[in-house]
Unconditional design. Structure first.
Length: 155
């Protein structure tokens, strides 16, 4: 059975689609399934934000096949690890968790790189293109650590 990882942000159009694409690119597809979702449903069914698509494309990743969806309770059964981008995502996701085991699957993304420092991946939605490259670079660093740890744990 493949290991399943879910990346979560608010809208599932800016940060978590990048996180999905980046982590996927660092793991073998036969062993790991990476998906993403949002805590909100406003953008359900949409492609990632065009600025996320362009940022990914400039860094060599195609994320255009992704479609936004809202996280649901059954995701806690389906996924082994749930990574959230900020404290607000964390609170919203943990609120949905049906039990303690489910709650323990939820981790703050940047904790992989800076454990316990509560660093957030900032929401780039209302800013300029720079914000998207900053998000990409933060996620790329954190996903390198996450991928290394996953490969070690599930070898
Ligand atoms: P994301 O960014 O959570 O990184 O996908 C956002 C996308 C849309 C909105 C907020 C944040 N919005 O308010 O529609």
């Amino acid at each position: 059975m493949p290991v399943k990882i879910l990346m979560v942000c608010l809208g599932n159009i800016c940060r978590s689609p990048l996180a999905e694409g980046i982590l996927q690119s660092k793991l073998p597809k036969e062993k790991f399934i990476v998906d993403s979702a949002g805590t909100g449903d406003w953008h359900a069914g949409q492609q990632p934000d065009k600025r996320s698509v362009a940022t990914a494309r400039n860094r060599g990743l195609d994320i255009t096949q992704q479609r936004a969806r809202q996280i649901k309770t059954s995701d806690f059964d389906k996924f082994d690890y749930i990574y959230v981008m900020d404290a607000s995502n964390y609170n919203n996701v943990v609120k949905l968790a049906p039990n303690t085991t489910a709650k323990e699957k939820v981790r703050l993304m940047m904790d992989a790189l800076y454990p316990g420092e509560n660093i957030e991946v900032p929401d780039p939605y209302f800013g300029g293109d720079d914000g998207f490259y900053n998000v990409y670079d933060m996620l790329d660093e954190a996903c390198t650590i996450v991928a290394d740890n996953l490969l070690k744990t599930h070898s």
